[in-house]
Design a protein around this ligand. Structure first.
Ligand SMILES: *Cc1c(COP(=O)(O)O)cnc(C)c1O
Length: 483
């Protein structure tokens, strides 16, 4: 037998210490996950002991496999514990059942798939407000469900129950699911859950409340409107533990009001020569690490801990809202119902420039494009760890706005804007996309694709591009980035 050609072999094995050092180096280029200055993507309790506990649980259970709960009863136990906790917090009756998933998107995918399969109608439809999380768009796309997006109230950005009722009745017999947010990601407001539930229960329809981001906040939010299983007619709820439960990434909950409602979530296949596949989630083999880490962190904080963390995050949010009232040229788009704030700028400056300038000062705020009457904004998710540094955040924001006003709003070239509106992304091939990425500033001279240091010009251009083109360009960007 010929030995492998040494020249064709990969790099020599590395000592563990060197590998760890390289991992550390790689992390240095990322957004910080702790310190409270990254105001999207990550959630920071500011409690070092909880972080350490989560990391240890993650490592301890990283190799376990949730594929078969009879082989790893520890995972079954922790899953039922977390579901029981959520059932209690969300005012569920004894009938409520749930599943731990890998994230909000998986919880939502499963809620939609389950509803579609249970209804078994031709041309299934889901009725959602335009502010519903894009994970529902993904679910609609994956599972062949038509998405009917109903405009929200133009002032409050909350779902409009009368308009939703009309949309439901326009698609009578085909609606498999109605969904709303508690709160919405983009504007941080809670949809009128009670009113929507009244119209879905009257019509015998499923109603999913997306509490991915609010699920571990609202139970401790004073004066939160009713949003959970206390509301008659709510049939399922998604709640992410890797957001405000402050667990490491990779864990969310999907709860159904009864086992009957959940039945179609499961999948089994005995039609092959291997083990009978039996799954409650999209993943089959799955690490027990994120589940164990979430279980550990939820035990550690308990209701008392979360009440304190939520109180802190809410105080921080109120301080941000109050502070912005004193920052010229900025406004909050809607009075937040929990810990999320959407900030808009007037015509003298540009949120995309502000976002770049904030990053230069060590703060990440997430740009959101204008959409259907909602202006371009900066998204801020307030973690408990951020609350103490809100004054510094506001100082940085004031500085950024001052500079952004000096620079003036970004003017997108008229020709480019017209071209963007005329392009049909469906007609573009790989080479055309490569050219467009260069025009958009997402590729350098030689065509090498990389994230630009200054995102503002790119974001401003994407902001004027129709949503379909925006999607296509960003897909091309990711496609090239990962080649
Ligand atoms: C984060 C979020 C999701 C999606 O969750 P992922 O964990 O990112 O997959 C869905 N809905 C809302 C309201 C969210 O905030």
């Amino acid at each position: 037998m010929a030995l492998p050609d040494p020249a064709a072999q990969g790099p020599a094995p590395l000592p563990a210490a060197d590998v760890l050092a390289e991992l550390e180096d790689l992390r240095a280029g990322d957004l910080p996950t702790h310190g409270g200055r990254t105001l999207a993507y990550v959630y920071d309790s500011g409690v070092a002991e909880a972080d350490e506990l989560g990391r240890r649980a993650l490592a301890m259970y990283g190799s376990t496999n949730g594929l078969d709960p009879t082989a790893f009863p520890s995972l079954l136990r922790m899953e039922t514990d977390l579901v029981a906790t959520a059932r209690r917090l969300f005012h569920g009756s004894d009938g409520v059942v749930g599943t731990v998933t890998s994230g909000g998107t998986e919880s939502i995918l499963l809620a939609v798939k389950t509803a579609r399969d249970a209804a078994a109608v031709e041309r299934p439809v889901m009725v959602v407000p335009t502010t519903i999380h894009a994970a529902f768009h993904k679910a609609a796309h994956y599972f062949g469900v038509e998405r009917v997006a109903v405009p929200v109230d133009p002032v409050t950005y909350r779902a409009d129950p009368a308009a939703m009722a009309a949309a439901i009745d326009d698609h009578a017999g085909r609606v498999v699911l109605v969904a709303a947010s508690a709160p919405s990601y983009a504007h941080g407001v809670i949809d009128p859950i009670e009113q929507i539930a009244a119209l879905t229960s009257e019509r015998g329809l499923r109603f999913h409340v997306d509490a991915c981001i609010g699920g571990w906040v609202l139970p401790w939010t004073p004066d939160a409107p009713a949003w959970d299983f206390a509301v008659e007619g709510v049939t399922s709820i998604s709640a992410d533990l890797h957001k405000y439960a402050y667990a490491p990434k990779g864990v969310s909950l999907l709860l159904h009001a009864t086992p009957d409602l959940r039945r179609d979530q499961f999948f089994a296949s005995a039609d092959w020569p291997g083990y009978t596949m039996l799954n409650s989630t999209v993943q089959s083999t799955k690490s027990g690490g994120p589940l164990a880490a979430a279980w550990a962190v939820v035990q550690y904080f308990g209701d008392e801990g979360y009440a304190r963390l939520v109180g802190t995050a809410l105080e921080g949010t109120a301080a941000v809202v109050a502070g912005i009232a004193d920052v010229p040229h900025l406004d909050v788009v809607a009075q937040p119902d929990s810990t999320l704030v959407a900030i808009a700028a007037d015509e003298t400056c540009d949120v995309f420039t502000i976002s770049d300038l904030m990053l230069e000062q060590g703060w990440f705020v997430q740009p959101q494009m204008g959409f259907a009457g909602s202006p371009a904004t900066l998204h801020v998710s307030l973690s408990a760890a951020t609350a103490a540094s809100v004054p510094e955040f506001l100082d940085a924001l004031r500085t950024a706005v001052g500079t952004a006003v000096e620079r003036g709003p970004i003017q997108v070239d008229e020709g480019l804007r017209a071209a963007a509106e005329a392009i049909d992304p469906a007609t573009l091939d790989d080479a055309a996309f490569a050219g467009l990425l260069q025009v958009a500033g997402l590729a350098g001279e030689g065509g090498a694709v990389e994230a630009p240091a200054q995102m503002a010009p790119v974001n401003a251009l994407l902001d004027v591009a129709p949503p379909r083109l925006r999607e296509a360009l960003l897909i091309a960007f990711l496609d090239h980035l990962t080649r």
